[in-house]
Design a protein around this ligand. Structure first.
Ligand code: TYM
Length: 334
């Protein structure tokens, strides 16, 4: 709790360009939670180097991502928006929690298995302990709630297990966090293979909508979206392509899937795909414009980076000191 408000933490990697999946699964929900919670939104650059990065490119992407958080509508006065690498407590708690996480638990992580298969030449220890650093992110801020997409649920379960284990030994040190999943956007699927999630690392450019895609590109990609030959717009598992498009449309318009079915009753897939494309493009345009404007305001963004790193550091260090004391590290002499 801070000033009577519950705590919220979430973050994104600065690798690749954000997709509509990241936006609808996470960022868009963040906007609605700002008033209710004390919010910390991190650009998780420590996590990014678990796969090899070009340094200049990573720096640029991290700054773009931080700017995008604000462009999407997060008020940087109400929400603490910062870089993970500016708050060393993340790595320090990460180390301590490594000593409270079992290898057997990490072996079960499906994202590790997927990424290890993708980067077979660089299966580094950081990639393996990635979920422990994520647990540290969340637990440092005594988070009550963590808004994420479905793909992060396994990591969140691990976080809860590690926190409960630690609390079991040392008393109530960590708040046990809950996931917050959106109703329709928690798993946005690839437009080319609706059985796979939409992902930044997909090699097929038509599979993902990128947040910075222009209107024509967005409409073209939706027109090419893989669907089926049922010729009816129904929200059901047997039609995963159409179900995915309904989820997208529902997220950006605020309509329920049942309302979307009614709206397009008797209409063809062509009309529906065009409507989805146009609504997404119209939704993203103001975010893109604001991003372009903010990107030019170096002093403003620099100010946020400096102030928010201090705020996040202050809070994170309180938890870290408590943990260090609990595990038996010597007191600092001032
Ligand atoms: P990342 O950067 O892969 O994704 C950022 C957020 O986007 C969500 N997401 C999706 N949601 C719906 N449909 C999709 N197709 C889709 N793809 C991605 C993710 O679930 C996530 O919420 N490990 C995290 C970053 C992280 C983190 C944290 C998150 C590090 N520490 C602490 C929460 C709390 C990750 O790689 O997310």
């Amino acid at each position: 709790m801070l000033d009577g408000k519950k705590m919220l933490f979430s973050g994104m990697q600065a690798t690749g360009t954000l997709t509509l999946g990241n936006y609808l699964g996470a960022l868009k929900n963040w906007l609605t939670l700002s008033d209710e919670y004390e919010c910390f939104y991190c650009v998780v650059d420590l996590h990014s180097i678990t796969v090899r990065q070009d340094p200049a490119e990573l720096r640029k992407r991290a700054r773009n991502l931080l700017t995008l958080y604000i462009a999407a509508g997060l008020d940087p006065v109400k929400n603490c928006i910062y870089y993970q690498s500016h708050v060393p407590a993340h790595a320090e708690l990460g180390w301590i929690l490594n000593c409270f996480t079992y290898v057997g638990e990490l072996n079960r992580m499906t994202q590790f298995k997927d990424k290890a298969a993708k980067h077979a030449d660089n299966i580094n220890a950081g990639l393996y302990t990635y979920p422990v650093l994520m647990a540290a992110d969340i637990l440092l801020f005594q988070s009550d709630v963590v808004p994420v997409g479905i793909d992060q649920m396994q990591h969140l379960e691990l976080t809860r297990d590690v926190a409960e284990r630690f609390n079991g030994i040392y008393g109530d040190v960590f708040t046990i966090p809950e996931a917050y999943l959106g109703k329709t956007g928690a798993k946005i699927m690839s437009l080319q293979d609706p059985t796979k999630k939409m992902s930044k690392s997909d090699e097929n450019p038509n599979a993902s909508i990128l947040l910075m895609d222009d209107t024509d590109t967005i409409i073209r990609k939706f027109k090419r979206a893989v669907t089926d030959s049922e010729a009816q717009i129904l929200y059901r598992d047997e039609q995963p392509g159409i179900k995915n498009l309904i989820n997208v449309y529902s997220c950006v318009t605020g309509k329920t899937p049942a309302e979307v079915e009614r709206e397009f009753d008797g209409k063809g897939y062509g009309d529906f795909k065009l409507a989805v494309g146009e609504s997404v493009a119209n939704h993203l345009r103001p975010v893109q414009d604001e991003f372009a404007r903010l990107s030019k305001d170096k002093a403003y963004i620099d100010g946020i980076i400096k102030e928010n790193a201090e705020k996040a550091g202050y809070f994170a260090n309180k938890t870290l000191r408590k943990v260090q004391k609990k595990v038996g590290f010597p007191e600092r002499i001032r």
